[in-house]
Design a protein. Sequence first.
Length: 209
Amino acid sequence: MERAQRSPDSVHIIAVSKQQPASAIAAAYAAGMRHFGESYVQEALPKMAELESLDITWHFIGRLQANKTRAVAEHFDWVHTVDRLRIAERLSEQRPHSAPPLNVLIQINQGGEEQKAGALEQDAAILARGISALPKLSLRGLMTLPPQSGEESGAWFASLAALRARLAVEGIALDTLSMGMSADFEVAIAAGANFVRIGTAIFGARGHG
């Protein structure tokens, strides 16, 4: 934080807890973690129920399928992977009336990689305006899984920050950048990340299977 000249309260760590048991999440919570990220709805829901008494902010960070939007809308606080308007519309329609607006981020596919989800940069403004009009969503920012990791990802992170600045000029104000993981979170923080998604550095390497 000091190297990047960022205040500690401007950056939050999301502990990526997919494939981790509820006991590991509880231990990380006891150590001070409050934000946790899950990628698979069916895996996440039992853990969320078991840990219901804890004041956890839950982030959905996986690829979001249309048939999973209801569970995400009902149980999560943030969604980082919105990449098309129809998914956003379903999340808004399915968000409980008693719940606050769901915080969402637009996932940007910076490299145009076919194997990755995400909207293209040139489509971001139109998508952002569409999401902003939905009553039960709060559009907060942008997310990326860049084509490269480590030090090489710095240029991609800078590009995402530049996209946010361009959107601001067009009247679309966003306060959040979700970028950086265990291998490059320091680079991401220097580039302006507000959320860094860290799994291995917190929980250790995940087992296979």
